[in-house]
Design a protein around this ligand. Structure first.
Ligand code: SF4
Ligand code: SF4
Length: 672
């Protein structure tokens, strides 16, 4: 089957993910360089290019160590005459904000697009940051596609605008666009044979110091004014004047952009609006005063329909003031400034504002869903079955005297950080004392260890987060002789975003050794850490003892909790086709013997492996409780066997070959 993402030609159509549409748009624009530090919801932009790179001519892809490096890389490629795409999640721009700020001073040579996946509602982020506000001081123009087709077409166009005005361009895509799939009409890809770089010295633009920086500041303000003239005529902005029936023209207008524009159209159709006037902004920074003035002319009231905190409203009110507009401008007085703005929210806002009743069935459905949403059981996030982070969190809690079922007191402060292990903040573990941004665990923890000497501090960090920006934080802790236990949860992959390699990933998923991988322990030694222990997080009893011992020591202690992500381990097993073992082969499985189990809850609640299940919750055994191991979910990690204080979980040798002893394969299914 043809791979449309790579081979699609003008006239082809296919269903594609929003992130892939952005990547495809970049391919059609002729990029040769693509980089990112993985971050949801934007990861698939570069994954799409990376996994297809063998079939794409002249493309370099990189999962960089952090967003600062990644954006610098894209700048270097652009200066060498190669169109470059850099992708990141919303908070990634905080890390890349330094290169983003100097980019307007230096300008670009070949087009540079920075695709940012925003996360309203924060389903995969620690905040709802709206990166559009950065453009008020970076001067990076912003383009906002509103559907899958525009995600591709606008990306392609963004490269032209970038080159024409010598700005890096932000392409803003919320998670609903990044992760939605839809029909895409493909365009043609440029002749990729022609792509080759040629860096030429340009001291006037690239050396920003003293008066040169001031000169370039003046230059980019001038380029911004030229860009505004382009914005006025750009086909990316549209005035829609829709007369649906013979109704009189209204003096109320709407201004919107991106996915919310699609919601607005849906809402107006839904309520059978007979007339509407909309300014759809494809370019949301800079705005053209002329275009806004033209739209406001002859309108008494304008409603700005946008998500988050009113970036358009802020700019439009300023323009309206400057041009002397006397009508009313609404925005965040109609629509909420937090959380995801759903179609329901837009329908409610628009009908409320227009004083129009929503269709009865809509109101009934909304009321019913509000009642039902309170009754639907919450699906809490948790670690995967067999995840090594479960062992780490369990061991820390045991070492600190905390229990899910008993004592809630603990004598340690546990600093969370960004990664899969963040899930340890949720019940039943409730392990973390804070979660903010990457590598905040050790840096905040270090200060608390100074401010409150009565506390013992454990700071967590994943291997990928450690390499992202943790090394300077650790060096700071070493230099200041911090009294803290630092646990690096080394699962060998950037697991949360789709298993990109980290610098210390030693073996690829197909078993191929990875050259030049970093030895984490050697790195720590070279930085000057003297207390380093490596432990298997699934050996929970040993791990718990090691944590207790480490907490008694003064100074900086580092424990590497080393075990590969269970998903990658299982995938590798599948690739090796481990199931076709020779005859007579066997493996260990775990059986929970209900007659020995005293329901102490050590495995079911404290460890909380989802493969250990309750008969009552599953509606079996007439409501009488017993626990059992679900053989389909269990990955045979053996941690429950280790934690059971009553020897109620036993190891069973399980014959894998059906022809030898079929009964033996049923023995553990019998648990149910
Ligand atoms: S062995 Fe026990 S802890 Fe491990 S996956 Fe199976 S049930 Fe869960
Ligand atoms: S730890 Fe052992 S005794 Fe306790 S609930 Fe689990 S199987 Fe039963």
């Amino acid at each position: 089957m043809a791979n449309l993402f790579v081979d699609g030609k003008y006239g082809d159509r296919g269903i594609i993910l929003g992130n892939e549409a952005i990547a495809r748009g970049a391919l059609e624009a002729g990029i040769g360089y693509a980089s990112m530090y993985p971050g949801t919801p934007a990861s698939e932009i570069i994954i799409a290019l990376d996994k297809n790179k063998k079939n794409i001519k002249n493309i370099y892809t990189e999962f960089s160590l952090n967003e600062h490096i990644s954006l610098h890389g894209a700048i270097g490629a652009s200066w060498s005459g190669i169109r470059s795409l850099c992708a990141m999640k919303n908070v990634g721009l905080n890390v890349a904000s330094e290169p983003a700020h100097f980019l307007a001073y230096t300008g670009v040579k070949a087009g540079l697009v920075l695709a940012i996946g925003s996360d309203p509602g924060a389903p995969s982020s620690s905040n709802e940051q709206d990166d559009r506000w950065y453009s008020l001081h970076t001067y990076m123009p912003i383009i906002e596609p509103s559907n899958i087709q525009e995600a591709k077409d606008f990306t392609k166009k963004a490269f032209d605008i970038s080159e024409q005005f010598s700005f890096g361009i932000i392409l803003m895509a919320p998670s609903r666009l990044c992760h939605n799939a839809g029909i895409l009409h493909f365009g043609d890809c440029s002749d990729r044979d022609l792509i080759s770089g040629n860096f030429k010295r340009d001291p006037e633009n690239y050396l920003n110091l003293f008066n040169l920086a001031v000169k370039n500041h003046k230059k980019y303000l001038e380029r911004n004014e030229l860009l505004k003239k382009y914005v006025y005529n750009s086909e990316l902005n549209m005035i829609i004047d829709a007369q649906i029936s013979s109704a009189k023209s209204s003096r109320i207008g709407f201004i919107s952009s991106g996915v919310i524009y699609s919601h607005l159209i849906e809402a107006l159709n839904f309520i059978n609006a007979d007339y509407y006037k909309i300014l759809k902004l494809g370019i949301t920074f800079p705005l053209s005063e002329e275009l806004i003035g033209k739209f406001l002319d002859n309108l008494d009231e304008v409603v700005i329909v946008e998500e988050a905190e009113g970036f358009l409203e802020f700019q439009i009110k300023k323009i309206a003031f400057e041009i002397g507009y006397h009508g009313k401008i609404h925005g965040k007085n109609v629509f909420k400034a937090y959380g995801e703005l759903t179609i329901d929210d837009v329908i409610k806002g628009v009908t409320g504002f227009l004083g129009k009743a929503a269709p009865e069935y809509f109101t009934a459905a909304v009321n019913k869903s509000e009642i039902l949403s309170d009754k639907i059981p919450q699906r809490m996030g948790t670690f995967c079955v067999g995840c090594p982070h479960r062992g780490t969190i369990y061991s820390i809690l045991k070492a600190s005297g905390y229990s899910n079922t008993g004592s809630k007191d603990r004598d340690v402060v546990i600093a969370g950080d960004i990664g899969c292990y963040t899930l340890g903040l949720l019940p039943p573990y409730n392990a973390m004392d804070w979660l903010t941004c990457m590598n905040s665990g050790l840096s905040i923890g270090q200060a608390i260890s100074i401010a409150d000497k009565s506390k013992k501090i454990i700071a967590l960090v994943g291997d990928s987060t450690f390499y992202h920006s943790g090394i300077p934080v650790l060096m700071n802790a070493i230099q200041n002789n911090s009294n803290i236990l630092y646990i690096i949860l080394d699962n060998s992959w950037t697991a949360m975003t789709g298993h990109q390699k980290t610098p210390s990933t030693k073996t690829d998923i197909d078993g191929t050794p990875i050259p030049n991988s970093v030895n984490l322990k050697d790195l720590l030694k070279s930085l000057g850490v003297s207390y380093i222990k490596t432990v298997d997080p699934n050996s929970v009893k040993r791990f718990s003892v090691i944590i207790k011992e480490a907490l008694k020591e003064k100074g900086l202690k580092v424990i590497i909790a080393k075990r590969e992500c269970i998903l990658q381990e299982e995938r590798r097993k599948k690739i090796k086709n481990i199931k076709s073992k020779p005859e007579n082969s066997s493996e260990i499985i775990y059986e929970l013997q209900k007659e020995r189990c005293v329901k102490c809850n050590e495995c079911f609640v404290e460890l909380a492996c989802p493969a250990i299940q309750s008969a009552k919750e599953n509606g079996i055994n007439n409501g009488k409780e017993y626990y059992f191991i679900d053989p389909v979910s269990c990955v045979k990690c053996g941690v429950c066997y280790e934690v059971c204080p009553n020897s109620a979980i036993r190891k069973v040798e399980f014959n894998l070959h059906p022809s030898i002893n079929p009964e033996s394969q049923l023995c553990f299914l019998d648990n149910k």
